[in-house]
Each structure stands twice: as C-alpha cells, then as structure tokens.
Design a protein around this ligand. Structure first.
Ligand code: F0G
Length: 463
C-alpha cells in the first residue's frame, strides 16, 4: 500500500487559518453552552467534524461560476443549467429546487402525507430531518435496516441495506393504507454513512411497488453510494459513477436531495419526480414555502455552483480521494484499537460510544462524554448521533434508548488534510486508552422531540 493511495486529489488555492485555543478557554466555552457542542461558536473550534453538510470547499470552477449567476426572479439562465445537470445525473425529467434537503422532505410530506391517515413512513434508517418531517404529519418513521447494519464490528459491504423481509412483513402487518411511502436513504447516514447495494435498492422498490407504495430516495450522499457500488458490487467495476447513478435512480419514483453533501456546495436541495402531474403540484406547493419554480429558495449563483458541483461530486478520482480520506482516518484509529463502525462509510468515521467508554452506562451518554472530551482535549468538534440524539420519550414517560449509540466524526469534503486526520486519531486513541479524563457520565435536562439534541442542556457528573 503506497502513501499515494491516500493523497488528496487537489491542490489548495485559498486557505483559511485555523484557530488554536487553550484548554481553559475551551472548558469555559463548553460550560457556557451547557456541555452541548452544537451550541459552541465555530471560532472556538479547531478541527470541525460536526457535520459534512454545507461545509465543502468549492473548486476554482465553482467560484468562477458564481459570477455567472443570473438573479432574475423567473426563468433565470442559472436554473436551466442546474436543471440540466440534475436531469442528466438522475434521469428524472422534473426537478424542483429547494434551499436545502429538509425543505424537500417537507414538500414530500405535504404532497404525500397530508390529508391521509397514514401512520408510518418506512425507511432503511431515517435521518432526523426525515423523521421530523413525518412527525409534522403525526406519523412515525419506521427503520427497517437489515441486521448487519446494527452490528458495528462485523464486516458487511452494504450495511445500509433495508431488510426486504422486514419490509414485506411490515406492509402485511400494518396494511398499505397505514403507510405513506418507502424511503431509501443513500448512503445511510445514521448507522455510519453505510452504502445500500444496487440489488437491495431494486428489490425493495419491487416490494414497495407491489403494494402500490411510492418509493423515494433520500439522495444526500448518492454519489458516495455509487462509489461503493462500483468498488464492492459485482458487475459494476467497469461502470462509470454517473451511469451507476442513473441506474440507481431509475428504480425510484422520485428523490429528495440535500445538495449540501455530495453536490459540493454550501446550500441547496431538490425534489425530483417522474410524474408530470406530481411535478406541477410540487412546483405550486413550493411557491408558498421556497419560492418560484426556477429558484426555490436559492440565488442564481447557488444554482450555478450546484450545476458544477454535481459533476465534480460524481467524479471518480474525487470520490476515491474523498472516501480514501475517511478510510485513512479509520486506518489510523485502528492503530489505537478504537472501536468504530466497520468498514468505514462515506462521510465519516462513526465511533461506537458504548464500546469506547465501556465504564459509562448507556443511559449516562458515553457518546456525549466523548464529544465533550474530544473538544476539551484538542478543540475537535464531533457529534453524538446516539442515545441523546435518537432516544424517544414514550407516552408513559419512560425513555427508550436507540439500538445504536455512535459518535460521528464527519469529514468535510476537500477541506482538511490527512495531517488533520492524524490529530483526530491521536486524540481519540489517547482517550480510548486512558478513559474519560473528565466524566463519569452526563444527564440531560430536558427530553423533547427527536431533534432536541441540538439545543439540549446537559449536566455532567465529573470524575
Ligand atoms: N437526509 C439526510 C440523509 C441527511 O443527512 C440530511 C442532513 C438531510 C436529509 C437534510 O438535509 O440539512 O440540507 O436540510 N444531514 C446533515 C448532517 C444535517 O449533519 O448529517 P438538510
């Protein structure tokens, strides 16, 4: 394995200086925000791995294209370039822009859930905004991930797969009339940025359609998913990423995408579909929330950056470097024995919090302790996507903890170098070896909806 395997496939034209802080400053900063790293000021963070959403570095071509933004209210040229790129890469004939992914999720909800008495949206594993959109319509997003996806330590090439058996059983048990639609999240963010195989996408679509259920893709990280299909699924080795994407989308009735991920831009989303009638309804409905159908909450310059970013994000050499960097971090963490979801996924390394801090019980949030420790020790910001983020308060007042308890080290695209990966690995390696230097556990002050982890207050129990 030569070191060129993990070389960044770009050179750097503009730089942004990082800011180092003292341990005392970080402790004060974290205390001030009730130990919730989401509430920190970004200027107090050294390496920010909170999310890979909207944090990409744009290319010289994208920056140049911003000047070409046509800011006309209706029918701007930039829209047609945006639309052509998305039609080309997805194969969907109809595209509605939105300002980000969740605006498209909500559009989906207003079109498909509103006015029905559905109880469920069925997913491989819902991201919190998908769950939030379902909850807005008094529905629940049911995760039907296949079993290997729940086991962080065993190897499986497609841990994002939905279980076809669970899907069919669920539909039979509850009836088609209880279900709004089937959504496949590609890649599956919540359990490790894990990919879904082409075979699984096809099979679950056939089941959904057999029962007359709409089948949509949550396509935020669709090109990363295609890369894994090319690398791991039989029959795709010699295919172009973009052809793989076209085939993948061909199994769906439509898609929503947070373009802030694989589109390599700081803002943007879309809703796509195959049905013309549906498109007209979507464009009309979107008017009240996002704006006219040729801008949908985006400036002309954003549309230009997306039109280019969608192609750069589906470029094989780019994806190889991008996913290679995540793999490199995994390899470095492995040297310290750190337990994380294997194999590493597309958008980051997900540490298994319960295995990392074994002496902190799950109800005392080992993942929150790890996120706070990483910040206090090195100024690195990582996000708990586990017990605090996904626990649910049940009607009888008891708290149901989720099956998985991960802390995500999300890697922004084209932003950090492998030296930064080394700093992250060394920090976590040390914490894993010595245990939490600060905490016996955390308590949560308030239990609200599924997304309350953004602003929860925590109460640490110090060592
Ligand atoms: N779907 C998935 C799979 C996501 O990961 C996200 C956002 C969304 C939809 C919503 O998109 O943010 O543009 O409204 N994920 C971010 C994250 C926030 O950190 O993983 P959005």
């Amino acid at each position: 394995m030569s070191s060129s395997q993990y070389a960044e496939p770009f050179r750097i034209k503009a730089v942004e200086m990082l800011k180092k802080t003292t341990p005392e400053h970080r402790r004060e900063a974290l205390e001030k925000v009730a130990w919730n790293v989401f509430q920190l000021k970004a200027e107090d963070v050294y390496i920010d791995c909170l999310t890979d959403s909207g944090t990409s570095a744009m290319s010289n071509r994208q920056w140049a294209a911003l000047m070409m933004g046509d800011e006309s209210y209706a029918g701007c040229e930039s829209f047609y370039r945006f639309e052509a790129a998305i039609k080309d890469l997805t194969g969907f004939p109809f595209v509605v822009p939105t300002h980000q992914g969740r605006a498209a999720d909500n559009l989906l909800g207003r079109m498909f859930y509103k006015g029905h008495n559905y109880k469920f949206v069925v997913t491989n594993m819902a991201f919190d905004s998908t769950r939030g959109a379902a909850m807005n319509f008094d529905m629940w997003a049911e995760d039907l991930l296949d079993d290997p996806g729940y086991d962080s330590q065993s190897y499986h090439p497609f841990k994002g797969n939905m279980s076809p058996q669970k899907l069919e059983d669920f539909i039979k048990k509850h009836g088609r009339e209880a279900i709004g639609m089937v959504i496949m999240t590609i890649t599956c963010n919540t359990n490790g940025g894990q990919p879904v195989s082409m075979a699984n996408i096809k099979e679950c679509g056939e089941i959904a359609h057999k029962y007359g259920l709409p089948y949509f893709a949550d396509a935020a990280r669709c090109f990363e998913n295609c890369y894994f299909i090319k690398e791991r699924e039989e029959g795709y080795k010699d295919k172009d990423i973009r052809d793989i994407a076209r085939e993948m989308f061909s199994y769906f009735d439509g898609a929503t995408m947070s373009i802030k991920k694989d589109g390599l831009v700081n803002m943007g989303g879309y809703f796509c579909c195959r049905d013309e009638e549906l498109y007209h309804r979507a464009a009309n409905d979107n008017m009240a929330y996002e704006g006219f159908q040729t801008y949908g909450g985006l400036a002309g310059r954003d549309l230009e950056a997306i039109a280019i970013g969608m192609y750069e994000g589906s470029d094989y050499e780019y994806l190889k470097g991008r996913i290679g960097q995540v793999e490199y971090l995994g390899k470095r963490l492995d040297e310290f024995g750190v337990p994380f979801v294997r194999p590493t996924g597309g958008n980051g390394v997900y540490v298994d919090a319960r295995l990392f801090y074994k002496d902190i019980p799950p109800e005392k949030f080992p993942g929150l302790c790890l996120a706070a420790d990483a910040y206090l020790v090195s100024g690195i910001r990582i996000a708990e996507l586990g017990a605090s983020a996904f626990a649910v308060k049940q009607p009888d007042g008891t708290i149901k903890l989720p099956e998985i308890d991960y802390v995500r080290i999300a890697i922004s695209r084209r932003v950090y170098t492998n030296s930064h990966m080394d700093i992250i690995a060394e920090t976590l390696g040390e914490l894993y070896k010595s245990g939490s230097p600060n905490f016996k556990g955390m308590d949560k002050k308030d239990w609200g909806r599924a997304d309350s982890h953004f602003n929860s207050h925590y109460i640490p129990e110090f060592k």
